[in-house]
Ligand binder design. Structure first.
Ligand code: SF4
Ligand code: SF4
Length: 415
C-alpha cells in the first residue's frame, strides 16, 4: 500500500503498545481511503502489522474512546458526499500568488482536506484550484469541488458554468450553487434558472444542486423546497438559536449544510472553539477561509485532534456571545460599494476589531483617513437593502467613528 507523508510517520510508530496510537494509524488510512469503512481500515492496518499484541476487540474499544477526538467524516445530506468535517474555503486565496495558492491547496489535500469551495465571483480562485488539482496531482474523484454562480439569467448561467469548468480544469462540478440567493429559484417560476441547473445535471456537468444565502428566510425556503441538495449559510458559535435550527431543518430534510463564515468574518479568533462548535453537528461541513499556510496548519492540526465541546469551551463561547451578540457587522461587504467610498465592511466593525486583536494597525494614518470618511455619509440608503443582517448601517458607522475617536484621544483603552 502506498502511504503518504503524515500517514507514513504514523506507521513507523507501531512498536508502541498504545492502542490509541495504533488506532490513530488506522484512522490515518482513512485520509487516503475516504470510502473505506472501519472494518476495511482495520484490515488494511493488520495486513501491514501482523505482530501487534493487541486484539481487534481492544483496538475497537480504543476506537470508541478515541472516536471523540479524531476528525469525523460527515455525509452531506442526500448528495451522499462523505468528507472529513474540515473544508477549505477558497475565497481568500485570491490574495495569494498563484504559486503560494497551489502550494497551500496541495498541502491541504495532503493533510486530508477533501472539500474545496470556491465561486465564479472570487476572481482567480477557481483558476488556482484548477492549477493545483487539474493537472493530475489528485484523482478528480478524490476531491469535492463546490463552486457558485451569481447568474441572474439562463444565458449568464451557461457562460458562468462553462467558464468555471474551464478554469477548474474539470469536466464536472460536484456541487453547483446559486450564489447569495435573494429568492428560491423553482421550476416553472418563469426565470428558467432552476431548469438550467436540472439541464446541467442531466448533461453531467454538475452532480448536485445547491444554494447559498445570507438571509435566514431564504435559507429555510431552500432547505424545505426539496429542490436543493445543499444549503450554504453563515454559521458560527455566535449564531442565534433560530439559525442553529436551520442545521436541524437541513438534517431532517436530508439537505447537506455547508457552513461559511465559521469565524464570523474575522471576529472569532479561537479556531479551537469554532471547530468544537462545528463538530457537534452531523451533515455539516465547515469551509474555513484560508489564505496563509499558518492558518491551514491550524485547521490541519485538528484532523487528528478534533476539539470537542467541553465545559471549558462552552464557558468561553458563552462569554464571547455575551460580548458580541446583537447588531454587529460581519464584514461580508455585500452592502458595498458605498456611494461616497466608505469601506463599510471594515469601518462598521472597528469597535470590535480594536478590541479583539492588537489595535496598532487599525489606528494608523490610513485607517484614520478611512474612518474619517464616515463623516461624508449622505444617508442615501443605498447600502441598507443590501445588508443581509438588516443593520442600520449609517448609525452603526457613526457609533464606530465616535468610539474610534475616543480611542485615538486616549479616553478609551484597547489592546
Ligand atoms: S447611506 Fe451612507 S454608508 Fe450607506 S451607501 Fe449611502 S453614503 Fe454610504
Ligand atoms: S453592514 Fe451588513 S452587508 Fe455591510 S459588511 Fe456589514 S454585515 Fe455585511
Amino acid at each position: 500500500m502506498q502511504i503518504k507523508n503524515n500517514q507514513a510517520l504514523c506507521m513507523t510508530s507501531l512498536a508502541s503498545s498504545d492502542a490509541k496510537l495504533e488506532l490513530s494509524c488506522v484512522l490515518h488510512h482513512r485520509n487516503n481511503h475516504s470510502d473505506a469503512g472501519l472494518p476495511h481500515l482495520l484490515a488494511m492496518h493488520y495486513n501491514e502489522k501482523r505482530d501487534t499484541d493487541l486484539s481487534p476487540i481492544t483496538i475497537l474499544g480504543a476506537f470508541i474512546n478515541i472516536g471523540d477526538f479524531i476528525m469525523k467524516n460527515v455525509t452531506l445530506g442526500r448528495t451522499g458526499i462523505c468528507v472529513p468535517q474540515n473544508g477549505f474555503g477558497a475565497l481568500p486565496i485570491q490574495r495569494d500568488s498563484l504559486e503560494e495558492s497551489v502550494k497551500i491547496l496541495r498541502k491541504a489535500y495532503d493533510g486530508g482536506i477533501r472539500f474545496f469551495d470556491t465561486a465564479r465571483a472570487y476572481s482567480d480562485s477557481e483558476e488556482k484550484l484548477g492549477a493545483a488539482f487539474g493537472d493530475g496531482y489528485v484523482k478528480r474523484e478524490d476531491i469535492i469541488i463546490a463552486t457558485k454562480t451569481g447568474a441572474k439569467t439562463p444565458e449568464e448561467f451557461w457562460q458562468h458554468l462553462e467558464t468555471s469548468l474551464a478554469k477548474l480544469k474539470t469536466d464536472y462540478i460536484d456541487i453547483y450553487q446559486f450564489h447569495l440567493m435573494g429568492q428560491c429559484w423553482k421550476p416553472g417560476d418563469g426565470s428558467g434558472m432552476y431548469e438550467c441547473m436540472q439541464q446541467a445535471k442531466d448533461q453531467g456537468k454538475i452532480r448536485h444542486i445547491g444554494g447559498t444565502a445570507h438571509k435566514l428566510g431564504v435559507a429555510i425556503e431552500l432547505a424545505k423546497s426539496g429542490l436543493y441538495e445543499t444549503v450554504q449559510y453563515p454559521m458560527s458559535y455566535l449564531a442565534t438559536e433560530k439559525e442553529i435550527d436551520l442545521i436541524h431543518l437541513c438534517n431532517k430534510n436530508n439537505v447537506g449544510f455547508i457552513c461559511m463564515k465559521g469565524l464570523a468574518g474575522g471576529l472569532i479568533t479561537n479556531s479551537k472553539a469554532a471547530m468544537a462548535f462545528a463538530s457537534q453537528f452531523d451533515g455539516l461541513v465547515p469551509i474555513w477561509g484560508i489564505q496563509r499556510e499558518s492558518e491551514l496548519d491550524e485547521w490541519l492540526s485538528y484532523m487528528d485532534n478534533t476539539p470537542v465541546m467541553d465545559d471549558e469551551i462552552r464557558a468561553f463561547i458563552e462569554s464571547e456571545r455575551n460580548d458580541l451578540m446583537g447588531d454587529f457587522c460581519r464584514g461580508c461587504g455585500y452592502c458595498m460599494p458605498c456611494s461616497v467610498g466608505i469601506q463599510i465592511n471594515q469601518c462598521n466593525r472597528m469597535i470590535l476589531m480594536l478590541r479583539r486583536a492588537p489595535s496598532d494597525s487599525w489606528l494608523n494614518d490610513y485607517w484614520q483617513a478611512e474612518m474619517n470618511k464616515i463623516d461624508d455619509c449622505i444617508h442615501c440608503g443605498a447600502c441598507l437593502s443590501k445588508c443581509p443582517y438588516e443593520l442600520d448601517i449609517p448609525n452603526l458607522l457613526k457609533k464606530n467613528l465616535e468610539d474610534y475617536r475616543e480611542v485615538l484621544a486616549g479616553n478609551r483603552k484597547v489592546k
